[in-house]
Design a binder for this molecule. Structure first.
Ligand code: FES
Length: 142
C-alpha cells in the first residue's frame, strides 16, 4: 500500500510535525467515547463526546441555543434533564434547589450517559422561584 503522508520520501527526519499532530487529533476524535443526546422539545438527537460540552456539540450540529457567559456562571443556558447523567465540573451558578429539580448548564455539562433534555425558556418552569408567591393553600396574615 502506498503511503499518503506528507513526509513520504523524506525519511524519518523529514516528517511534518503539524501533519502528525493533526493525525493524532483525528485519532483522538475517532476513539472518543460519545453519548447520544436528545433535545426532546426540539426533536433532534446528536452524539456528544464525553469531554465536549453539550452546548458546543449542539452548535456543531447547527443548533443555536441560548448562551451568555459560556463558563457556568449565569444560568442562561440552563436546561432540564429528563433522563441520563452529566458531569458539570464548572457548573457553579445553579443552586441546590435548581440542581435537584433536574437543571443542568449546557455550556459546561459533559455527558456521562445517553441524555434526554428539554432546552430553552420553555424548560424553565421550575428554574426560578418567585419569593413573593404565596404557597398553594397558605393563608395570608393580616
Ligand atoms: S451560558 Fe452562562 S451558565 Fe451557561
Amino acid at each position: 500500500m502506498r503511503c499518503l503522508r506528507p513526509c513520504e520520501g523524506r525519511g524519518r527526519r523529514g516528517r511534518n510535525p503539524r501533519a502528525i499532530q493533526a493525525a493524532l487529533r483525528l485519532a483522538e476524535t475517532l476513539v472518543a467515547v460519545t453519548h447520544k443526546v436528545t433535545l426532546r422539545n426540539r426533536g433532534v438527537t446528536f452524539h456528544v463526546a464525553e469531554d465536549e460540552p453539550i452546548y458546543a456539540a449542539a452548535l456543531r450540529e447547527g443548533i443555536q441555543l441560548p448562551i451568555a457567559c459560556n463558563y457556568g456562571g449565569c444560568i442562561t443556558c440552563a436546561a432540564k434533564m429528563l433522563s441520563g447523567k452529566v458531569r458539570q465540573p464548572k457548573g457553579t451558578a445553579l443552586n441546590r434547589r435548581q440542581s435537584q429539580a433536574g437543571y443542568i448548564l449546557l455550556c459546561v455539562a459533559l455527558p456521562v450517559t445517553d441524555c434526554e433534555i428539554d432546552v430553552g425558556v420553555e424548560s424553565h418552569d421550575q428554574l426560578y422561584q418567585n419569593p413573593f408567591a404565596v404557597a398553594p393553600g397558605a393563608r395570608l396574615r393580616r
